[in-house]
Write a protein that binds this ligand. Sequence first.
Ligand code: PLP
Length: 370
Amino acid sequence: MLMQTYNRFNVTFIKGSGCRLYDGKGGEYIDFASGIGVNSVGYAHPAWVSAVSEQAAELAHVSNLYHAYPAEHLAARLTALSGMSNVFFSNSGAEANEGMIKLARKYSRDKYGGGRSTIVTLKQSFHGRTVTTLSATGQDVFHNHFHPFTEGFIHVPANDITALENIEDGVCAVMLEPVQGEGGVLPLDAGCLRAVSKLCAERDWLLLLDEVQTGIGRCGAWFAYQSYGIIPDAVSFAKGIAGGLPLGGFMAGPKCEDVLQPGDHATTYGGNPVCCAAALAVLDILKDALPGVNAKGERLKQALTDIFGNARGMGLMLGATVNEPPRALAERLLNSGLVCLTAGTDALRLLPPLIISDEDIDAGIEILKG
Ligand code: PLP
């Protein structure tokens, strides 16, 4: 049997199509969750299914000891649309951030020797569940059972540039989510993010963006930083990239593109041909869907404001503070045929597929109204 690590909702899904899920007992559900931001092109999109099937029939895996076209083509596409220099592929968001952390520490060690290994992250942040990314995560609730954690992380309040300026010694990087997802769907202040970017440049701290949840179109641009008008030194991504298959990664900009050399970092599966073929299909599908994401997000945000009296977020990454336990509300909505997420302690979180139609948004809104 499965280990009891998840407090699962009482439903078993057996099929998905478009932006709908089915439980095989006559239940049909509108999806405002995308498997936690993963199913960006919905379920069983024909172009995605063809790409995955064809690649699986051709070559599923060879490891990173050899070249394979899907990873190379995907790297070229991602660097072109992000402006970054190169890519390392991982299998998940946590691993992507782990790699980015290693990149920052080596950048600083190569240039300055020891003594600059601290990575500053934000309170309320979430960066993953490995021991090191839990250290990076700025929420005490995650720091309970698994000591000792990796050293060298400090957490400062979001949108507090003074707290960051007051740190004088030992820093190699600042890592943050442009919109804090698990922490409550909390967009960072644009002025503050630009000030952080400037400070990082002045002190030669790498600016690392965790775009595991915000990236690949979720916030209305390929990467959320493109809407904030900043350029990070490195950026991680995962979730929506391969439309349901496990793929993540991080990209380095010109300042740190040569830091990781052969032997410095590796993974067996990362950049697997099937996952990369899926991701190439996702990018093709999203090229058409991306221009509509902000308008769809505004439609849903307005509905959240009408229903709950508040709403926040960017693109189709939205949240609202609710005045009942969010889990209870999510259960009630599920029973009414709408799949939603929660975030932080008091928020409902919505991450619908990026290809969702206005009709499906409106059908979901009717269920949200209760
Ligand atoms: N970083 C952010 C911002 C996330 O939202 C998540 C997952 O929710 C992670 C990292 C970890 O990703 P994964 O669960 O794929 O390891």
